[in-house]
Design a protein around this ligand. Structure first.
Ligand SMILES: C[S@@+](CC[C@H](N)C(=O)[O-])C[C@H]1O[C@@H](n2cnc3c(N)ncnc32)[C@H](O)[C@@H]1O
Length: 254
């Protein structure tokens, strides 16, 4: 990609959304399912945590859909955090953006003093090892009051015994990516290069490389692992509220 002119944050976020939609076939309906649950379950005024928020796609959608909601968005990528801060500033004091590394056992420290009615995450927790995931779910159960909800949207890959479903999902992913890139969506690498080329972003991109250098892809944690881990962590009701092939929105009530 040879874009040289600086892009406004909102445009960079739109390009991120198009890029992510190449990897997540029905990303908008998946977001909508999460918003529907929030609207049905919570009062007009609520607080939410966007876990591994990236540049703020989900936080932004929540703040737009619910004018009285407050969202705390956390991530560990300094470039994405900068962009999230720039985009979410439109929502004033209803949005805050904080840095934390979910791999650290003290990752909740920056959240001290905050309470949440909902924890949300999209396309992110697959970065965690199954043991880190159980720990993070357990920490979240400790942060949430009874009745609060967790919604985790992610690809939860099919494992042994589900070969046909696994290959249908992989074929569908390839087809969606081919179509999206043919119609002009950035690849993840293209988008990151574009973002790193924006004024002031190069040092943040370099720091991101350093932070994530030793973090290889994790073994897949299938749906049944998430459901069991959430129950073990202390959530009382767990299930799914949306599914397309191997892409889900997992629901849990504290
Ligand atoms: C594919 S992006 C998804 C971002 C956003 N939730 C979305 O749906 O557009 C995955 C995100 O997980 C974040 N992430 C990965 N490992 C993390 C960790 N250990 N702590 C915090 N964030 C992490 C990455 O920095 C990235 O922003």
């Amino acid at each position: 990609m040879n874009d040289t002119a600086p892009l406004p944050p909102r445009e960079l976020l739109d390009r991120w959304d198009d890029q992510q939609a190449a990897y997540v076939a029905h990303r908008e309906p998946r977001f909508q399912a999460m918003l529907d649950v929030l609207g049905l379950r919570l009062p007009e005024t609520f607080t939410a945590l966007d876990l591994a928020c990236g540049p703020g796609s989900l936080a932004d959608r929540v703040l737009r859909a619910f004018p009285h909601a407050q969202v705390t968005a956390v991530d560990y990528d300094p470039l994405l955090l900068r962009l999230a801060g720039d985009v979410l500033t439109e929502h004033g004091e209803r949005a805050s953006v904080l840095e934390t590394d979910l791999v650290r056992t003290d990752w909740t420290a920056p959240l001290a003093g905050r309470t949440f009615d909902a924890v949300l995450s999209s396309t992110a927790l697959h970065w965690l090892s199954p043991s880190d995931l159980l720990r993070v779910y357990t920490d979240l159960a400790g942060l949430l009051a009874p009745g609060a909800v967790l919604l985790n949207a992610d690809h939860l890959r099919f494992g042994p015994g589900d070969e046909t479903l696994g290959s249908l999902s992989a074929d569908h992913d390839r087809r969606v990516q081919r179509a999206a890139f043919a119609s002009g969506a950035d690849t993840w690498d293209d988008w990151y290069a574009l973002a790193a080329g924006q004024p002031g972003m190069a040092p943040l991109a370099a720091e991101r490389e350093r932070r994530f250098a030793e973090r290889p892809p994790q073994p897949p944690a299938p749906l049944h692992f998430h459901l069991s881990a959430l129950r073990t962590a202390g959530f009382t009701e767990v299930g799914t509220v949306w599914q397309y092939l191997d892409d889900y929105v997992v629901f849990a009530r504290r």
